[in-house]
Design a protein around this ligand. Structure first.
Ligand SMILES: [Zn+2]
Length: 207
């Protein structure tokens, strides 16, 4: 895998860190009252008369003390909008310029370091993370490759580049599909088709 690959955990980490959970909740129509360090409102996930739903801006977390629902901005927006967490991460990663951005060597080192330190493993989501990361890696690597294609003079090397490019729209499609609202079936299909395509691609490069 490319050294320039994007780690899904890193993307999630950056989204949580950089996106203001209170602001985003307000954009979704929630209106808060400040109480100490927390902001309270009626819980959007269950019916109630006194506000149990709170956001702690410093901790970047929300929690409902009545129904127990809680988590970071990704969990909150996925639940409020009724979309997958992957879609939220993908949307904000693009908005923050984390996907498709070109990094300096120093930035890449930093990302690598932080990726190693990162722990974003939820058992029920481990497969999703793996596939999502795979697709992010592919799309990112191909985009980088396409930037270099203009400097290549050798015909065979050019041909290889265009074979790679050939896959890019496909992986972009899978990534979109996976981060969409189609649920697990699409994710599983994306995984298997993605692996199959990867094998094909490997055998083409090696032949
Ligand atoms: Zn609640």
């Amino acid at each position: 895998m490319s050294n320039d690959s994007i780690d899904f955990g890193f993307l999630a980490d950056e989204v949580v860190k950089r996106v203001d959970i209170l602001e985003e909740a307000e954009k979704q129509g929630l209106r808060f009252r400040r109480h100490g360090k927390s902001y309270f409102t009626l819980c959007p996930f269950h019916s109630e008369r006194t506000p149990s739903f709170s956001i702690n801006r410093n901790k970047k977390m929300f929690r409902c003390f009545a129904c127990g629902k809680g988590g970071n901005v990704i969990v909150l927006l996925a639940a409020l909008r009724g979309v997958s967490k992957g879609k939220v991460i993908y949307h904000y990663s693009k908005k923050l310029g984390l996907i498709g951005a070109s990094w300096s060597r120093k930035q890449q080192q930093e990302i690598k370091q932080r990726t190693i330190q990162y722990e974003f493993k939820r058992k029920e989501e481990s497969n999703f993370d793996e596939v999502f990361r795979f697709l992010c890696d592919q799309v990112h690597a191909y985009r980088r490759a396409m930037k270099q294609v203009k400097t290549i003079k050798d015909r065979n090397a050019l041909q290889k580049f265009y074979q790679i490019y050939d896959q890019l729209p496909y992986y972009e499609y899978l990534l979109q599909d996976m981060s969409g609202d189609n649920g697990e079936d699409a994710q599983v299909e994306a995984y298997f088709v993605g692996e199959e395509k990867m094998d094909e691609w490997n055998s083409r490069i090696n032949s």
